[in-house]
Design a protein around this ligand. Structure first.
Ligand SMILES: NC(=O)c1ccc[n+]([C@@H]2O[C@H](COP(=O)([O-])OP(=O)(O)OC[C@H]3O[C@@H](n4cnc5c(N)ncnc54)[C@H](OP(=O)(O)O)[C@@H]3O)[C@@H](O)[C@H]2O)c1
Length: 255
């Protein structure tokens, strides 16, 4: 297999960073993205991930943008093409959770979640098609969430669920469109996953403990549990799997 050019969004911490660690192999070229914190100036975490990737023998370039701004997804694809002349695989991971209930959030909050997660995935799905079709191992993995599958008073994230459910719908459509060209498109839907120390969490440690007890595995996922699923779906071994939502939630959906 020739060198792969891979875009990973939301790579500065958590699941995105764990995906980068798994993909950091000689031959791979990674364009890794983050927002750079709330004001875009906190570039150190992503640069540290890039240094780690290079230390593991892969190439890494960084890019910063707020994906809630229209056009940001399209610019990421253009940046990958400019840096690498190819884009074989995309991990659309950047996102955030909002636990506020309907009645407590305004329209602008909904629009921001839809723009950052669904709008960005839409732009990537639109602008990366030619590059993906040209690849020997074209792959798209979008990171969704259990919140698009669980609607109980304990697990309600209405605005986030709307954005993630729409991402899943777009991913399935893209899978149909690109299947004949050998490109697979799937989603990974994590359950509650341990966040990095110091990063914002939408729920309290107690709620996290309760969530672990609801999982059949009685544990909270580590970021590498999610990254392992993403890595598999990107591999050539997963060539016959497309249009799927792989739930990595400790069996939350079964109980
Ligand atoms: N952790 C969980 O329990 C859980 C469960 C289900 C699904 N997920 C999903 O998994 C994905 C990763 O979550 P995580 O827990 O690993 O999160 P995280 O550690 O908070 O990382 C989020 C990443 O997304 C970036 N990001 C956030 N808002 C952005 C925006 N508006 N524009 C551009 N980039 C933005 C952040 O960049 P900066 O740091 O530079 O701001 C960061 O790189 C998300 O899509 C999330 O919805 C997580």
């Amino acid at each position: 297999m020739s060198e792969l050019a891979i875009l990973v969004t939301g790579a500065s911490s958590g699941i995105g960073a764990a995906v980068c660690r798994r993909l950091a192999k000689p031959g791979n070229r990674l364009l890794i993205h983050a927002r750079g914190g709330a004001d875009g100036t906190d570039t150190a975490p992503l640069e540290a991930i890039a240094a780690d990737i290079r230390g593991r023998g892969a190439k890494a370039e960084t890019v910063f943008s707020d994906l809630a701004i229209a056009g940001a997804g399209e610019r990421l694809v253009a940046e990958a093409m400019q840096k690498f002349g190819a884009l074989d695989q995309v991990v659309s991971n950047a996102g955030f959770a909002d636990k506020r209930l309907l009645g407590d959030v305004d329209r602008a909050t909904l629009d921001r979640s839809l723009s950052a997660m669904t709008g960005t995935f839409f732009e990537i799905a639109t602008s990366a098609q030619t590059a993906l079709k040209a690849s020997e191992c074209g792959r798209v993995v979008a990171v969704s969430s259990f919140v698009a599958h669980h609607y109980t008073s304990d697990t309600l994230f209405p605005v986030t669920a709307a954005a993630k459910a729409a991402v899943e719908a777009l991913a399935k459509s893209l899978a149909v469109q690109l299947g004949p060209d050998g490109v697979t498109v799937n989603c990974v839907a994590p359950g509650y996953t341990q966040k990095d120390e110091g990063t914002h969490r939408a729920i309290s440690p107690d709620a996290l403990k309760a969530a672990a007890n609801r999982a059949l595995t009685r544990r909270i996922a580590q970021t590498d549990d999610i990254a392992a699923a993403v890595e598999f779906l990107l591999s050539s071994d997963a060539r016959q799997i497309t249009g799927q939502v792989l739930r990595v939630d400790g069996g939350l959906g079964v109980s």
